[in-house]
Design a protein around this ligand. Structure first.
Ligand code: GLA
Length: 373
């Protein structure tokens, strides 16, 4: 070896060591392993994550998570768009992906007021149908869908968002045509269709005492009728400061005596300013675009990433503290680029609510904050 080749050799060796070290430093314990003894870690799934076209997303999901929820493909409108017409292609693809990867595969959602076609509530002449006819449609849908995935779907959000923030019943077609007991009926049908499946009630803002009081009453009613409700889902669409940790903790302490789990089913943290209104996840809410509400178009400043990390840290500390009753924590989306919060409540903004950035990179600061590693 002459002098030149030796030094080149050493340079190569050095480069190898440095890259190797950087790789070793980057190698984190996957989330699902880190929280293994605490709760399941889940993520909301889009079609291109399960059909093989988004390989990066697919790899990350399998590596980091042990539970999945379908963002849209198991909602009534997607599955059952017209009377008697079911489209199971994407739902089957989602469930097969979960089963193949041994993930706790969640069904979301059977009965909701949104993304539910109008025909459900009408007869052939376009007139509103009555209680018995609607109950029959509800039962057929639940039997068909829950039955199809019996033994494959671990748990279903049977009813989503049945209450207003002030605790009154949301005046949906389900409620006005059937009556308040539509919720009990939906749970009964789901239980009959797959007795081994976990059943959940899912809603947002359960930190709000009036809404929570109504859900507590609902759970007691279901339990009194021997319906095995396994858990309540608090969606968890939060902001950097709202709600405070004490009010999230109140959800856990209030449901604890009823023996039900509290799962955080749609977790994300909005980092953008809101146009004045209290935070809500009411899907019909929308506001006009103004650039002052979209300050991070070019990237998230480190100071805000730090705030996000701290916020996730305090929320996850709470989850771990109540690990006995928190069954699952699911992020509502994989990457910032795929989050619904880029279009809600204002369309076309750049939001940064999740753990992975737009390039599928884990936000190190957030990971470190929630795991202490
Ligand atoms: C609600 C629903 C979800 C989803 C979000 C918006 O929280 O439960 O399925 O539609 O709104 O992405």
């Amino acid at each position: 070896m002459n002098h030149y080749s030796i030094s080149r050799f050493h340079l190569f060796l050095l480069l190898f060591l440095v890259t190797d070290l950087a790789f070793a430093q980057k190698k984190q314990v996957p989330l699902k392993a880190y929280f293994k003894k605490d709760f399941l870690t889940g993520v909301a799934i889009r079609r291109n994550y399960t059909d093989g076209s988004n390989v990066k997303a697919q790899k990350l999901i399998v590596e980091q998570f042990n539970s999945i929820s379908p963002e849209n493909d198991l909602k009534w409108g997607a599955l059952h768009p017209r009377p008697g017409i079911y489209r199971f292609d994407y739902a089957d693809q989602y469930v097969d992906f979960g089963v193949k990867n041994h993930m706790a595969t969640i069904g979301h959602t059977l009965i909701w007021h949104s993304q539910s076609p109008e025909w459900i509530f009408k007869d052939d002449q376009g007139l509103q149908i009555g209680r018995e006819a609607l109950l029959k449609r509800m039962q057929d849908h639940i039997e068909t869908v829950v039955g199809r995935y019996k033994g494959k779907i671990k748990g279903w959000d049977v009813v989503n968002e049945a209450f207003n923030d002030n605790g009154t019943f949301r005046e949906t077609k389900w409620k006005t045509i059937i009556g308040e007991d539509y919720i009990e009926k939906a749970f009964e049908f789901a239980q009959q269709a797959d007795p081994g499946c976990e059943l959940y009630y899912n809603d947002y803002n359960l930190y709000n005492p009036a809404k929570r009081a109504s859900v507590l009453k609902l759970i007691k009613r279901l339990q009194a009728r021997n319906i095995k409700i396994k858990g309540v889902g608090e969606q968890g669409h939060y902001s950097l400061v709202f709600p405070n940790i004490t009010s999230i903790e109140k959800i856990l302490t209030d449901f604890e005596p009823l023996g039900v789990d509290v799962n955080f089913t749609e977790l994300d943290i909005d980092v953008l300013p809101r146009a004045g209104r209290e935070i809500t996840a009411e899907v019909s809410a929308s506001e006009g675009y103004e650039s002052k509400y979209d300050p991070f178009k070019k990237g998230l400043p480190d100071s805000v990433t730090l705030q996000l990390a701290k916020r996730y840290q305090s929320i996850f500390s709470l989850f771990v503290k109540y690990r006995k009753m928190v069954g699952r924590v699911t992020f509502w989306g994989l990457t910032d680029g795929a989050s619904w919060l880029n279009n809600f409540p204002v369309r076309g903004r750049s939001n940064y609510p999740l753990l992975f950035d737009r390039n599928y990179q884990m936000k190190e600061a957030v990971y470190q904050a929630i795991t202490g590693k």
